[in-house]
Design a protein around this ligand. Structure first.
Ligand SMILES: Nc1ncnc2c1ncn2[C@@H]1O[C@H](COP(=O)(O)OP(=O)(O)OP(=O)(O)O)[C@@H](O)[C@H]1O
Ligand SMILES: [Mg+2]
Length: 425
């Protein structure tokens, strides 16, 4: 898609809906010149501004021609505090890279405008948000295949294993993302365990539990510190950095990963762990809250069976795909050895399970909640869900049992249910 000359957009300003429509007309050669354009603001996040623009009279909502504009501002949308605007360029570049390395698993970027910080991209209107879909017990048979493919290809091929180390270092420079990493370092690694900024939000009924299990557990703090050090220092591959179920769109036969503004060179385990951790929210919700309501019991059980299979097969598929791509691509005489490959892989899996634990805990006690938990109206049930997840997550982080795969994770989750039910007796 071409870009027309227009100096009205030479300097960044924050667009409203009308500006977004004008911008589409005046800058993007996406619609015919005479097209009548309409639009809506669809951004529901905390950070940026997202607009949908479409051509009137080109069909129904499902088949009309449309485009998405995502604009970053130097101020955070929710609180108005400053936030490095270069994150939008990082997101655009990350999305374009995904499209090359794992075609069809992310929205197509039509154009990126670095002056206006606008990403013009494919409208995924026929997809739904994975977090919401999982809450409704919908199953997506291709999910573990697509996500494992996405992570393996985008990490291995941007690391020293799969690309020229000199190019990797240059690439690494492009993706230095200090403000976004700072958010993660605080919200995921430090605040949940120390509440040093007083921003944690904990149910009164769970305050004592959280004090004991999280704030006073020194061994846990040591492990969280070690994982934070890995997040801050191990620039091994270009990771997505925010790969939770809300950053994924799905249909029955398509998976698209978006919202890549946290991308930076970090540990591969962070992406795999983030996604795995987020699967435990619908798992806990359906297993401990919804199933009791006795409606659609078969559907609930089918969903839980599928979700468990997804957790297990995610790691198994990751392992197979990693080995296959590794054997095809890695040429360094030391790295190409099978023993090295397997050591590296084992480390990723172990650290992913620990990272999953951090993600689970931060969503329960931190201020960035997930609706899977926050919307549980029955407070005693929510208290139970939170306790089960906190105990599960602590085991993941401490890794005392030497977790190897999804089966170990599921066993640990079931054990936590048993322990919490025993406490209730
Ligand atoms: N390519 C797309 N196609 C259709 N809808 C989209 C697309 N990109 C974003 N959206 C919609 O806009 C919403 C916000 O997008 P996104 O999550 O990228 O914004 P954000 O400001 O970075 O949010 P967050 O605070 O979660 O980081 C999404 O949840 C989705 O509903
Ligand atoms: Mg975002």
């Amino acid at each position: 898609m071409g870009k027309k000359e227009n100096n009205k957009y030479d300097q960044h300003f924050r667009m409203n809906l009308k500006d977004a429509i004008d911008y589409t007309k005046e800058v993007l050669e996406f619609f015919p010149k005479e097209a009548k354009l309409k639009g809506e603001e669809i951004g529901d996040g905390n950070i940026n501004y997202v607009f949908r623009v479409w051509e009137e009279g080109t069909g129904t909502k499902e088949d009309r021609k449309s485009i998405i504009l995502k604009q970053g501002d130097c101020l955070l949308r929710s609180s108005g505090r400053p936030l490095d605007i270069r994150r939008t360029e990082i997101e655009a570049k990350a999305l374009m890279g995904y499209d090359k390395r794992s075609t069809g698993l992310s929205p197509k970027v039509y154009q990126f405008d670095s002056l206006m910080s606008v990403i013009a991209m494919e409208d995924l209107y026929h997809h739904e948000n994975l977090r919401k879909a999982l809450l409704q017990a919908k199953v997506f048979p291709q999910l573990s295949e697509d996500i494992s493919n996405f992570i393996v290809r985008n990490t291995l091929l941007t690391s020293d294993l799969g690309m020229d180390p000199k190019d990797k270092k240059k690439n690494q420079r492009e993706f230095v993302n200090p403000d976004m990493c700072d958010i993660t370092e605080d919200l995921v690694f430090t605040e949940p365990y120390t509440d040093y900024k007083g921003r944690n939000v904990v149910l009164t009924e769970n305050m004592e539990f959280v004090e004991r299990e999280l704030y006073k557990d020194k061994d846990l703090h040591l492990e969280a510190g070690k994982l934070k050090e890995i997040f801050m220092n191990r620039g091994e591959a270009l990771i997505h950095g925010d790969l939770h179920t809300g950053s994924i769109f799905v249909t029955k036969d398509s998976t698209r990963i978006f919202d890549a503004e946290f991308a930076y060179y970090g540990p591969i385990a962070y992406d795999l762990g983030n996604f795995l951790g987020n699967l435990f929210f619908p798992m806990a919700y359906h297993r401990l809250v919804n199933i009791d309501q006795k409606q659609n019991l078969t559907r609930e059980i089918d969903f839980l069976v599928w979700l468990e299979q997804t957790i297990v097969s995610l790691i198994d598929r990751f392992t197979h795909k990693w080995k296959r791509l590794y054997d095809n691509r890695v040429t360094d005489p030391l790295y190409a050895k099978k023993e090295y490959r397997d050591w590296y892989l084992e480390r990723i899996i172990k650290e992913s399970i620990s990272m999953a634990g951090l993600e689970i805990i931060r969503r329960i006690v931190g201020d960035a909640k997930v609706e899977d938990i926050e919307n549980i109206e029955d407070i005693p049930k929510r208290v139970k869900v939170e306790r089960v997840l906190i105990l599960t997550a602590k085991e993941f982080i401490k890794d005392g049992k030497g977790f190897k795969d999804g089966r170990d994770m599921m066993e640990c989750f079931e054990k936590a249910i048993y322990d919490v039910e025993k406490m209730e007796e």
